[in-house]
Design a protein around this ligand. Sequence first.
Ligand code: NAD
Ligand code: 0WE
Length: 257
Amino acid sequence: MAQFTSKVGLIVGVANKRSIAWAIAQAASAEGATLILTYAGERLEDNVRELAATLSNVTVLPCDVTDDAQMDALFASIEAEHGGLDFMVHGAAFALREDLAAPFSETSREGFRVALEVSAYSLVALARRAAPMMAARGGGSIVTLSYLGSQRVFTNYNIMGVAKAALEASVRYLASDLGPQNIRVNAISAGPIKTLAASGISGFSNILQTYRDRAPLRRTVDTSEVADAAVFLLGPNSRGITAEVLMVDSGFHAMGV
Ligand code: NAD
Ligand code: 0WE
């Protein structure tokens, strides 16, 4: 039987058809999940509604992760409509564009705050609200998306690397907090993929080519490969795994010179 039959999942971070979160939504839906997809701002609402219409059992709701009222309303409406939650995917990240171009030492106080708030604190804020609804069903699974820039320096990744380091540490602390309620918290560290979040990043093609040249698999990964790993971490096959950062990057992270 499909892994997510009668399971309810919240997916934060769909912007368009190239989004990693959208690939995860499609893979979870194929396993029978009922899904709630959120959009960040009215500009993206039509996009997300069009995508959602291609799946069955999907609800679309607003959620700007910097807005506590929107987050409260989101979970209230999930409780009212579905009566609970079994899994959650967090794929929200944002830094000011200027901070992904200037030297890291030029990062402003505001740029540091924005990147850490949207890309790391949002996981904590969402997990806090999701946890009681998951606990009431005997447990749950939370997956977020990270990048190797949390551990190593990538030119121009800058404040996002610091935000991903905070995100990965938050995964471990949340896993410790929520584990007693049988709620698991893990991250997938994906290799570079040409999504909206990669658009206009100067030198992104060079990063992709470096992975093709040097990763053990001699290729980049695509969103369906990240989605398959996410289905594993969200579902019962990973029931013994929490506080983990799973690398889905063609093995690039293992290489030295
Ligand atoms: P994407 O642009 O499709 O997704 C990023 C999402 O963040 C968008 O849906 C956007 O709406 C959302 N977001 C930004 N600010 C928000 C806010 N205030 N409230 C709610 N949502 C907000 O790009 P993606 O590549 O699919 O990124 C998804 C995740 O994967 C991010 O965490 C990213 O850091 C991570 N990641 C991406 C890559 C890559 O190369 N594309 C590699 C590793 C990890
Ligand atoms: O996490 C990311 C990128 C996230 C991101 C992207 C943008 C672009 C548009 C956050 N904020 C913004 N702000 C914008 O205004 N990735 C893992 C993709 C990525 O971005 C890079 C990378 C990789 C990989 C930037 C520099 C170097 C490598």
